[in-house]
Unconditional design. Structure first.
Length: 115
């Protein structure tokens, strides 16, 4: 098994502290979309076009299928921080994975291009 040094352990502990402070998180992606209905004489087809929206949609995978929910302005206000927290958690996990790869590559004498 790879042996992390003191600097590696300190970096891992710092990441763990930041993960512990992350708070609630919702999986998936938050999208802001505008819609063009295409109906004749609608404002969305005017010149210049004025699409409907913006609408906020939350997409995520459930059992391998994409599920989309439209969020109201109130729901967006309530959960926007949870979406931000999820992004932060994903970034922290990516940092932890990079650190772990560095330790393994160093200890196994693997070339750094194995990522």
């Amino acid at each position: 098994m790879a042996e992390p040094n003191e600097a590696d352990r300190a970096a891992q502990a710092a990441l763990a502290r930041r993960l512990a402070d992350a708070g609630f998180a919702l999986p998936g992606t938050l999208l802001e979309v505008a819609h063009v209905c295409g109906k004749p004489n609608c404002r969305c087809t005017a010149d210049p076009p004025r699409p409907h929206g913006p609408y906020h949609r939350w997409t995520r995978k459930i059992d391998g299928k994409t599920v989309t929910r439209r969020l109201t302005a109130d729901q967006l206000a309530r959960y926007e921080q949870w979406f931000e927290n999820a992004k932060r958690i994903r970034a922290l996990v990516a940092e932890l994975e990079e650190l772990s790869l560095s330790v393994a590559e160093r200890d196994e004498d693997w070339p750094p291009k194995s990522r």
